[in-house]
Design a protein around this ligand. Structure first.
Ligand SMILES: Cc1cc2nc3c(=O)[nH]c(=O)nc-3n(C[C@H](O)[C@H](O)[C@H](O)COP(=O)(O)OP(=O)(O)OC[C@H]3O[C@@H](n4cnc5c(N)ncnc54)[C@H](O)[C@@H]3O)c2cc1C
Length: 427
């Protein structure tokens, strides 16, 4: 079927006014011609939703376009509770974007961003190009699969990572439910830095919680590439001793570099093979692919260096990187950090667009981890900028007391934290 010019204009809904934005051969069509100052935000997760919303709350004259590949977002925080059978589905962890549009006028585009042209100030998406004055990039993480031989898309369906919440989380849960009693679950932990430092240890705890109640002859082997537990180590060790003696077998300095999905085995640096009935491979990580492709990563080729005050990339002007993808000094790669970074970034983007002074970061992070269904532990920190770097304010934070299970309050705080932060992201 051939299309004449008139039918083509009708089809794309362009009309006479849109004729100027017809695609040139080999170029994507412009999706939304720009009339006001515009900030484009890539990624509708912990960082991107907040940056988009706060820019609009601070300055309604700025048009904000949020581009996200999915029509909903599933939170990684609390996904370990689903894996452990404490949550029965992912609905409480799922948000939509309709209220960001209705309440704040954020223009939400469901599309994949495939390229960023920093010189032309333009992103290319699966639906067309979108121009910007400033760009916020909050794509989360992707995996360094070249450092985990054999771990390809097919292997992920056999040995799930469940490090991006959604179908992978459901798959890991199903494998645990289907596993025979007396089985071995292997959890591999990559070298830091990775998304959510305490996350793998919370995961091991939640799997052990499920096994203890349902398959008591089973165990969890944790193969940790790090020399010790990377966050809240003393608290996890105490929690495991009190609750999961003989169930969790923690092995530090065991870096998994290869997997064999057919043999259900992982290899520790080519020296030692460990087999499992269920294997949860958490691979080494780097900034989301779009940040890498856009040349936003630093010399390590993994993470994006930024100005500690504005979160503007030090590699590409006019582009700000927040959340897991950026190098935020002492701030851990967490949803709470992403939220904090998004707010200061939004404030400074509004200032820069309006020719006003920028404000220095006062960042905050609290990370809760469940050890049982009733016991959680936390680590908290406050952050500031010193000599261009983000540092922890001395004596500002800390971890839960050693007798954390006496009060059960941390689990209640954790639940309330989740409700608040997801509500802030979606309303
Ligand atoms: C098991 C687990 C437990 C965790 N628990 C906690 C916790 O208790 N507390 C806490 O604070 N943090 C926790 N985290 C960490 C938290 O999930 C991340 O730090 C946070 O999601 C980072 O936010 P972000 O905006 O950088 O990325 P994300 O929240 O992952 O958002 C990125 C978004 O960008 C979209 N995207 C990426 N590339 C493109 C593209 N090219 N085009 C269009 N869209 C794109 C993705 O679809 C995604 O929606 C946990 C993580 C895990 C894995």
């Amino acid at each position: 079927m051939t299309l004449d010019r008139r039918s083509f204009l009708k089809l794309v809904g362009a009309g006479a006014a849109g004729a100027a934005s017809l695609p040139l051969i080999g170029q994507a069509a412009e999706l939304m011609p720009k009339s006001a100052k515009r900030v484009v935000v890539i990624g509708g997760g912990y960082g991107g939703t907040i940056a988009a919303k706060y820019i609009r709350m601070m300055d309604k004259s700025i048009e904000v376009v949020l581009i996200e590949r999915n029509d909903h977002f599933v939170s990684c925080p609390f996904s370990n509770l689903y894996i452990g059978g404490i949550l029965t589905d992912l609905n409480p962890l799922t948000i939509k974007y309709d209220k960001l549009a209705a309440n704040h006028g954020v223009k939400v585009v469901q599309a994949e961003v495939t390229a960023i042209d920093a010189a032309a100030k333009m992103v290319t998406t699966s639906k067309g190009t979108i121009a910007y004055d400033r760009l916020v990039v909050s794509p989360g993480i992707d995996f360094r699969l070249d450092e985990m031989k054999g771990y390809d898309a097919a292997a992920m369906e056999v040995m799930p990572h469940a490090w991006k919440a959604g179908p992978q989380t459901v798959l890991l849960r199903k494998q645990l439910v289907d596993m025979k009693d007396g089985g071995t679950v292997v959890v591999t932990v990559p070298l830091a830095p990775y998304r959510c430092p305490p996350g793998p240890y919370e995961r091991a705890s939640m799997i052990a919680h499920y096994l203890k109640a349902n398959k008591p002859k089973s165990k969890v082997v944790v193969l940790d590439a790090n020399p010790d537990i990377t966050s809240k180590g003393g608290l996890f060790k105490k929690g495991w001793k009190d609750n999961y003696e003989g169930i969790i077998d923690y092995r530090p300095a065991k870096k998994v570099t290869e997997v064999d999905a057919k043999a259900m085995a992982v290899m520790v640096e080519g020296l030692e093979e460990v087999k499992g009935d269920v294997i949860n491979v958490i691979p080494p990580q780097r900034a989301g692919q779009i940040a890498v492709a856009a040349g936003l990563v630093g010399d390590d080729k993994n993470w994006c260096p930024v100005n500690a005050t504005t979160f503007e990339s030090t590699k590409q002007a006019g582009i700000h990187v927040i959340g897991d993808a950026c190098v935020a000094g002492a701030m851990p790669k967490s949803g709470y950090s992403a939220n904090s970074e998004a707010k200061i970034c939004a404030m400074n983007i509004v200032a820069l667009i309006n020719g006003k002074e920028t404000t220095e970061l006062s960042g905050i992070n609290v990370c809760y981890s469940y050890i049982t269904d009733k016991d959680a532990v936390s680590v908290a920190g406050v952050y500031t900028v010193k000599e261009g770097k983000i540092i922890a304010v001395p004596n500002s934070g800390g971890v839960s007391p050693a007798d954390f299970s006496a009060t059960k309050t941390e689990a209640m705080y954790a639940e309330s934290w989740l409700k608040n932060i997801l509500t802030e992201m979606s309303t």
